[in-house]
Design a protein around this ligand. Structure first.
Ligand code: GUN
Length: 303
């Protein structure tokens, strides 16, 4: 089968141009540009890269942005105080706390301290719950980016069997909920597989659409999929690779060389889901900014 790449790099560039034009409109109407703040704790290599990329994209879009950094030794109280300040700072349209956080900090407590109206990551239980029942809400960035990719390639999802690999709160669970909503993309029959699922291959072989978000490098092999499958690879594990300057290779959850020849559509890693996640966060921030300035703004995927 001749597969087509689901090109997140290209689609995110298209979206970037659309968002930048809207930022210009907001400013031309006499408003301040959208403002996004990121909180980064510690020096984890992956988190550093993601946050740097988010700040750079925001800057290129004409957003105001601010990065608040803490060392690993930060206390829960310091973080909660910062969140409280950002919740009450009228100049801030949205903010994120980059995960994971150090072990001594209760991640869920931090997430629940964020004002749901500024929770552009869509991690607060209010946004998670609203998303799951199809109410207007901030949709978390990776699932939102995947939906946008499916939409812009006109992938049929109605009545299809969608298999989600992984049950994380930020990808697997919301992805499964969204794919079963009465909507497009959506209307799928969804199966969720995870580390305790028996005979995953028997399930993935029945899948029309596979969303791989286990974080296990090259988990999905060629003999685990059927011809014509649509494959979305969310994995971004840093696998050591001495031949590279960075010392690692960003590796997805899919054995691309084996799976691609059987697929109708497939995302590359990198250049698939990654850039879609970042641009979706920016779109959530734009939505927040428009709403806070009294301008019309629809949440993603909800009319
Ligand atoms: N860690 C991994 N992905 C994400 C994300 O989308 N947002 C935040 N805040 N942390 C993450």
């Amino acid at each position: 089968m001749n597969y087509q790449l689901l090109d997140g790099k290209k689609i995110s560039a298209d979206m970037k141009a659309e968002i930048a034009a809207e930022v210009k409109e907001i400013v031309a109407a006499g408003h301040k540009p959208p403002k996004m703040v990121a909180i980064l704790v510690g020096h984890d290599g992956g988190s550093e890269t993601y946050v740097a990329s988010k700040m750079k994209t925001g800057h290129e879009l004409g957003f105001e942005d601010e990065l608040i950094r803490f060392e690993d030794s930060v206390t829960e109280k310091e973080l909660l105080d910062t969140i409280d300040r950002l919740n009450n700072d009228d100049s801030v349209d949205g903010f994120i706390v980059q995960l994971p956080l150090p072990k001594h900090i209760d991640e869920q407590k931090i997430i629940e301290a964020i004002n749901p109206n500024k929770d552009v990551d869509g991690f607060h239980p209010i946004n998670v719950g609203k998303t799951s029942i199809g109410l207007p809400s901030f949709v978390s960035a990776t699932p939102a980016g995947i939906l946008e990719l499916l939409k812009r390639y006109n992938i049929e999802t109605k009545g299809k069997h969608c298999v989600v690999l992984g049950r994380s709160n930020i990808v697997g669970k919301p992805m499964a909920q969204l794919m079963m909503l009465k909507a497009y993309p959506g209307d799928s029959t969804v199966t969720v597989c995870h580390s305790r699922t028996k005979d995953i291959a028997a399930i993935t072989r029945e899948a029309d659409i596979i969303i791989a978000a286990l974080g296990t490098p090259e988990f999905l092999a060629g003999d685990m999929v059927k011809e014509g499958v649509v494959v979305v690879d969310v994995g971004t594990t840093r696998v050591p690779d001495a031949s590279r300057k960075s010392g690692f290779k960003l590796t997805g959850d899919v054995k691309f060389d084996e799976v691609a020849p059987k697929a109708s559509y497939i995302t590359p890693v990198p250049g698939g889901v990654g850039p879609m996640t970042i641009i979706s966060l920016m779109r959530n921030t734009l939505i927040s900014a428009r709403r806070r300035r009294g301008m019309e703004a629809k949440y993603l995927y909800f009319s």
